[in-house]
Design a binder for this molecule. Structure first.
Ligand SMILES: [Zn+2]
Length: 216
């Protein structure tokens, strides 16, 4: 049994958690109370009572959340682990975990690229189309990231030479400036020596992305 007038240093080991704030505790009729900041006294309860009380409160009140459970019990009883047990209880309730509607919206991983002027960055890819009567098998597509200007150059094959020629002879003469950066996938035509040489010749930075990367 403890008494409010017992100095904190003489408290038994079982009361060690009360030592640092012993001045906030009161004993009335052999019961221990904690004085709250508003002067209100609440009984200090044992861990076993705390568990029973919280479990009961939780189940009787439609599985309240951490915040509501805390504000409900904090003004009624005191135990140093009150909020910790509430947190554990609310987070581990099997039914709540199973019924929880996640607010998490999953966004695909994207890399944001920003441009501040037309033809600072152009993206390029090839598309296949049914072979035309004149022998075209698809198009070389080029999009300017900033202005969204787009062009499609028909191609008769997907050889690097054809692509480089289309860029040099068809695309470059039709745009106001040589792009600063060129964005392509890792297709063999784009990682070839000939394509790298073209990029180098025009002093263009070549950015290659893997199929799993997405650009906005
Ligand atoms: Zn629950």
């Amino acid at each position: 049994m403890v008494h409010s007038r017992v100095p904190a240093s003489q408290l038994p080991h079982s009361c060690k958690r009360l030592k640092s704030k012993w001045s906030e505790f009161r004993v009335y009729q052999d019961l221990l109370f904690k004085e709250l900041s508003d002067g209100h006294l609440v009984p200090v309860i044992s861990f076993k009572v705390l568990i029973d009380l919280e479990a009961e409160t939780y189940l009787q009140n439609a599985h309240l959340g951490i915040g509501k459970m805390t504000s409900m019990l904090r003004g009624l009883v005191w135990h140093h682990a009150l909020t910790k047990v509430i947190r554990d209880l609310c987070r581990t309730c099997k039914e709540c975990q199973m019924c929880k509607v996640s607010r998490e919206v999953v966004f695909p991983p994207t890399l944001r690229i920003s441009t501040s002027a037309p033809f600072e960055l152009v993206a390029m890819d090839l598309i296949s189309l049914p072979t035309s009567s004149t022998g075209y098998i698809g198009c070389l597509m080029i999009v300017d990231h900033y202005s969204k200007w787009v062009t499609a150059i028909p191609i008769r094959n997907k050889q690097t030479r054809t692509i480089c020629q289309a860029i040099e002879e068809r695309v470059f003469p039709s745009i106001p400036r040589v792009p600063v950066r060129f964005l392509t996938d890792n297709g063999p035509k784009f990682i070839s020596h000939e394509f790298s040489a073209l990029m180098e010749r025009y002093n263009i930075i070549h950015i290659k992305i893997t199929p799993k990367q997405t650009f906005e």
